[in-house]
Design a protein around this ligand. Sequence first.
Ligand SMILES: [Zn+2]
Length: 164
Amino acid sequence: MGKKGGKPFIVLTLGKGWFFKFTQTKRETPNSRIKTVSKNPIRNGKAQLTQEHFRITRLKGTERPHSGELCSIYDEGQYNCVCCNTPLFDSTIKFESSSGWPSFTQPIKENAIKYVKDTTLGMIRVEVLCNTCDAHLGHIFPDGPEPSGLRYCINSESMVLDTK
Ligand SMILES: [Zn+2]
């Protein structure tokens, strides 16, 4: 046996543990790398968000007027936050404002929306945010129809329409 018999013996003493460790490392390294990149965003519900969603909701951006898909849609349903899916507005309170952005006269519930004074662009405006996740939605203006007299001017990209 001598030297030649030594080799298989060493492999046997290393045993299954070595084999599985080796094959696992080989199989799992690429997978675990993918997981560390995508696992958390998917759990947070952010993986489906596009760059445009992120720009508007997190960087307080504004979409181009008349560019949003929900601008000209009047289907029955709820308008939910694109980031956390909290209901924000209802189709029954949507109206055509000709502004180029989806417009509502009031939120679906009083505490669905958070209001913050916005003094950027040399104007004093009231910013409208999702009260659950702080996503930027748009602004509110005092030129809406009665009875509230308010116009919630909301980026189409900050909402998803749930038609039930
Ligand atoms: Zn939200």
